[in-house]
Design a protein around this ligand. Structure first.
Ligand code: ADP
Ligand code: ZN
Length: 615
């Protein structure tokens, strides 16, 4: 089907003009292969079709793109999509084209002749979605008349316009001009950043006129949440290795605070024989592009990266995200874990939490401009890590959303802490703090309690104090949890301005003197069995898993031939649906979720042939 054929059928489809719902659903079925809209999508589409400015807040993976792509197809003219990154545009355009939707991008990656041609086609109504950067739009607006042929401006990653957001981009500021020059063309702003301050600022900066604001739930129930307190580095790498083993054909992201941290973990994973790469701002542009490309095309199992990585990654089959260090706030954290499981299938997220990271982040804050706000955000981040209740409830409440039940998909829900009278271990720890003259950090304190013989400890003479080795029977990780609980309970303070040494508070003194008892919480072992590397190879694979894996290989092969990322052929979810339905005829293939007309024609033969051969 050519672009112009699409256009003809769109305008001549015989459906009554006013029946937008019906038309929109027909387009959704036909071009995307989806049966129905997700909550909110239709309301947003209707709002735009009535000419109203619209602000859309949905989490990553919520389905924002369809909210402007369907109006683009419903209208006669063109929709201009503003996007901050070329890679993001490329991905979106390829995805649309793969579904048979005429889309293109104008950017510095193309020749100027190509860009001029694209613009001309768009003005003639041949291109339904035209992607460009904000600075490009401003340049074009100087000498091209956008009136008459543009139906809608869709501004993706709209939080970039706000100084309050976490990713302010000065080039976005100029976008307020759109409404001033083109007042009667609706503007849609889309973002995954939820806080109210940013939200109001977006509407103001863009001069949106009485906008319809749609805020969807930010819950992503398919993402499991786990926080692991202070594992040593070797344990972190072992944990990541196990994750990769569990998803050998998929990829995940390891986020670190520093470039050095990313390099270090990458080196260890590579040494262990995993396909891993690294991404941070210290690499050259071409090295970064290459890393991103390998990740998108499924050539690596892991990318070890700083926060520089991720925006513009539309990959739908990221199965896990690990934060090797604590992120600076819950917004960043949620955005980063949100990159996993966009296809709606199960994905695992893990955060390694340590006071050493808190100290590092604290020093960033001390140097930063908005000190008070950032301080508060860090505090909320720590509260999340230390939460004794369902983490999802804590997370969603931060985004002003109430979850009225425990999620059963976070570590707290899966292994609820058991409370016990912890006065004795608390007294051991407090007494050791006193006996070192309040001059130790957590690590040293635990080493003293557990009777470690490391040189530094011996040199300081800590092996001579009375509490040396009294806590030998309690494992390191448990001590770590107890001490962080004593900090949360206000019995101990961390002096961030004094080498993170632990200090006893008046409440701590009371515990020490036995005037009050203190309850501590102990984590139970999680019930879920972890497959080890050896087990994976010997365990019998069920036929569904086998077929799924074969279809993934087929997808990879086809994608490589076309030079597009595998998830643009089909998402994991679509392959899963194929496994369930085992379609043989073209008609059956068309019923699979995520198979639209274009992809049905293109791929049904290969996939159904494979499925019918499969026993
Ligand atoms: P966002 O831009 O909000 O991060 P996307 O627009 O990329 O999310 O959508 C995430 C995934 O959900 C994509 O694979 C998309 O095709 C899919 N999706 C969107 N809307 C629907 C729907 N109505 N039914 C099924 N899948 C959908
Ligand atoms: Zn939970």
């Amino acid at each position: 089907m050519t672009y112009s054929a699409v256009m003809t059928t769109l305008s001549d489809n015989g459906m009554p003009q006013n029946d937008i719902t019906k038309q929109a659903r027909a387009l959704l079925n036909r071009f995307y292969g989806y049966r129905d809209f997700r909550p909110g999508q239709l309301d947003i589409i209707k709002s735009i079709m009535s000419g109203r400015d619209t602000l859309v807040l949905m989490p990553t993976g919520g389905g924002k793109s369809i909210c402007y792509q369907i109006p683009a197809m419903l209208g006669e003219g063109c929709t201009i999509v503003i996007s901050p990154l070329i890679s993001l545009m490329k991905d979106q355009v390829s995805g649309l084209n793969a579904n048979g939707i005429p889309a293109a991008a104008i950017n510095s990656g193309n020749s100027e002749i190509d860009n001029r041609n694209v613009l001309r086609e768009a003005m003639r109504g041949k291109i339904k979605l035209l992607y460009m950067s904000p600075e490009r739009l401003m340049v074009e607006m100087e000498h091209v008349d956008f009136r008459g042929w543009v139906d809608l401006f869709a501004i993706d990653e709209a939080h970039c316009i706000s100084q309050w957001g976490h990713d302010f981009r000065p080039e976005y500021s100029a976008l307020g001009l759109i409404k001033k020059r083109m007042g009667n063309v609706p503007v849609m702003a889309l973002t995954a950043t939820a806080d109210k301050l940013t939200r109001d600022d977006i509407a103001k900066q863009l001069s949106l006129c009485d906008p319809f604001v749609y805020i969807s739930s930010f819950d992503r129930p398919n993402l499991s949440l786990r926080v692991i307190p202070a594992p040593p580095k070797s344990k972190k790498v072992a944990y990541i290795s196990r994750l990769i083993d569990r998803y050998p054909d998929d990829s995940g992201i390891v986020y670190t605070l520093s470039r050095k941290g990313a390099e270090a973990i990458n080196a260890e994973l590579t040494l262990k024989g995993y396909k891993s790469t690294v991404y941070h701002a210290g690499l050259s542009a071409s090295e970064r592009d290459r890393a991103q490309e390998m990740f998108i095309n499924g050539e690596v199992q892991a990318v070890c990266a700083t926060v520089a990585f991720g925006m513009g990654i539309d990959k739908s089959n990221i199965r896990w995200v690990v934060h090797s260090n604590m992120p600076r706030n819950l917004e960043s954290y949620y955005q980063e874990i949100g990159r996993a499981g966009r296809d709606g299938m199960k994905a695992e997220t893990t955060l390694f939490y340590s006071y050493a990271d808190v100290a590092t982040l604290q020093s960033f804050i001390n140097e930063s401009g908005q000190r008070e706000i950032n301080q508060e955000k860090l505090k909320r981040m720590m509260e999340y890590c230390e939460s004794p209740v369902c983490r999802r409830r804590v997370l969603l409440s931060y985004f002003n959303e109430v979850l009225d039940h425990d999620c059963k998909n976070c570590d707290v829900c899966l292994s609820p802490p058991e409370r016990f009278d912890g006065t004795i271990p608390a007294q051991m720890a407090l007494s050791a703090i006193i006996r070192t003259g309040e001059k130790t950090g957590i690590q040293m304190l635990i080493d003293i309690l557990r009777g470690s013989a490391r040189t530094e400890l011996i040199n300081l003479g800590y092996d001579k104090i009375k509490t040396y080795g009294v806590g030998r029977m309690i494992p390191f990780v448990e001590w770590n949890e107890y001490i962080s609980q004593l900090i949360q309970l206000g019995a101990v303070d961390i002096a961030y301005n004094d080498s993170n040494h632990l200090k006893i508070t008046p409440y701590g003194q009371k515990i020490l003197r036995g005037e009050v008892t203190v309850m501590l919480a102990r984590r139970q072992k999680e019930a879920t069995a972890k497959k080890s590397r050896g087990a994976k190879n010997t365990a019998p694979v069920n036929p569904a898993e086998q077929l799924f894996s074969e279809l993934k290989s087929l997808r990879k092969e086809l994608a490589a031939k076309e030079g597009i990322p595998p998830y643009l052929v089909f998402t994991d979810k679509t392959l899963m649906d194929m496994v369930r339905r085992r379609p043989v005829t073209m008609n059956e293939f068309m019923q699979v979720e995520g198979v639209g007309e274009r992809k049905c024609v293109k791929y049904w033969a290969q996939f159904t042939a494979h499925i019918s051969k499969f026993k």
